[in-house]
Design a protein around this ligand. Structure first.
Ligand code: DC
Length: 238
C-alpha cells in the first residue's frame, strides 16, 4: 500500500536533518527549530528511551516480537523546557539516563527491528504533522517524511566526529577514552548504515553539507540561506 507520505507533501513545514553521529545535526536542528518557531524532534532520543525501557526490564534484546510489543505499549513524549529537550518515557523524565555509552551501544538492537521502527515512524509523523517541525535522525528524509519541504544530510570526517562525541561525553561528566569513542562511533556507523530498514542514507533530494570545517552557526546560516529565511530571522554570530 502506498503511504500518503509518498504522494503528498506534509501539511506543515517539515525540515528533515539526517546524518551520522557527530555530524552536528542535533545542535543545528535545535537552533533551527528555535529560530523558525518549529518543534524540535530528536528521533534518536526516542530510540534511546525505548532501549532504556527494554534493558531495565531485562528483556532479550534479540527478541523482535517482544520488542515490537514493547514499542506499542510505550509512550514517549518530547517536551521543550528551559534546560533543553525533556524526554519522557511513560511519563518519567529519562533525559539524563539515555546518553551513557552502554545504552548508546544497545540502541542498535532496538533500531533494527522493523516493527519498532514502524511504530516510531508513526509517532514521529503524528508529532511533526501537528505543528511543523525540525526532525533529526537517520531516516527522516527517506522514510519518516520523504516529502518534507526541505531535507539536509550533514556529514563530517570521522576524526572530527569522534572528537565532537568525546567533547560531548566529557561535557556530561563521563570519563571516556578517545580510543573507545573511535571504536564505538565506527561500529555504530556500520550498524546504522547496514540496517535492513531505516538505514542511514542520504535521500536523493537532500542537500549534502560537510560540516568538518564549519562552525555550528555557519551550518545554521547555510541552511537558513537555502530555505530563504536567512536575514528574516535572527542572525547567527560566528
Ligand atoms: O541520534 P542519536 O545518536 O541519539 O541516535 C541514537 C541511535 O538511534 C543511533 O545510533 C541509531 C538510532 N536512530 C535510528 O535508528 N533512527 C533514527 N531516526 C534516529 C536514531
Amino acid at each position: 500500500m502506498t503511504s500518503r507520505y509518498t504522494t503528498k507533501r506534509p501539511r506543515r513545514l517539515i525540515l528533515a536533518v539526517d546524518g551520522p553521529a557527530g555530524s552536528g545535526k542535533s545542535t543545528v536542528s535545535k537552533i533551527l527549530a528555535m529560530k523558525l518557531g518549529l518543534l524540535y524532534i530528536d528521533t534518536g532520543a526516542m530510540y534511546r528511551a525505548l532501549t532504556l525501557k527494554a534493558t531495565r526490564s531485562g528483556m532479550n534484546l534479540e527478541d523482535e516480537d517482544v520488542l515490537t510489543k514493547l514499542a506499542h505499549g510505550t509512550k514517549i513524549d518530547l517536551k521543550e523546557s528551559i534546560g533543553g529537550l525533556k524526554v519522557l518515557l511513560d511519563g518519567e523524565d529519562v533525559s539524563g539516563l539515555i546518553r551513557t555509552p552502554e545504552l548508546t551501544d544497545n540502541v542498535r538492537y532496538i533500531a533494527k527491528v522493523p516493527g519498532v521502527r514502524k511504530e516510531m515512524v508513526r509517532m514521529q509523523r503524528a508529532i511533526g504533522e501537528n505543528r511543523g517541525a525540525v526532525l533529526e535522525g537517520r531516516d527522516i528524509g527517506t522514510v519518516v517524511f520523504p516529502d518534507a519541504r526541505y531535507k539536509f544530510y550533514l556529514d563530517a570526517d570521522e576524526k572530527v566526529r569522534v572528537k565532537r562525541r568525546y567533547d560531548e561525553l566529557m561535557g556530561m561528566g563521563q570519563k571516556v577514552g578517545m580510543g573507545d569513542i573511535k571504536k564505538a562511533v565506527s561500529s555504530r556507523d556500520a550498524s546504522d548504515i547496514k540496517r535492513a530498514v531505516g538505514a542511514l542514507k542520504k535521500a536523493d533530494d537532500a542537500v549534502y553539507i560537510d560540516t568538518t570545517e564549519l562552525s555550528i552557526n555557519e551550518v545554521v546560516d547555510k541552511i537558513l540561506l537555502y530555505i530563504g529565511k536567512w536575514g528574516q530571522v535572527h542572525f547567527s554570530k560566528k
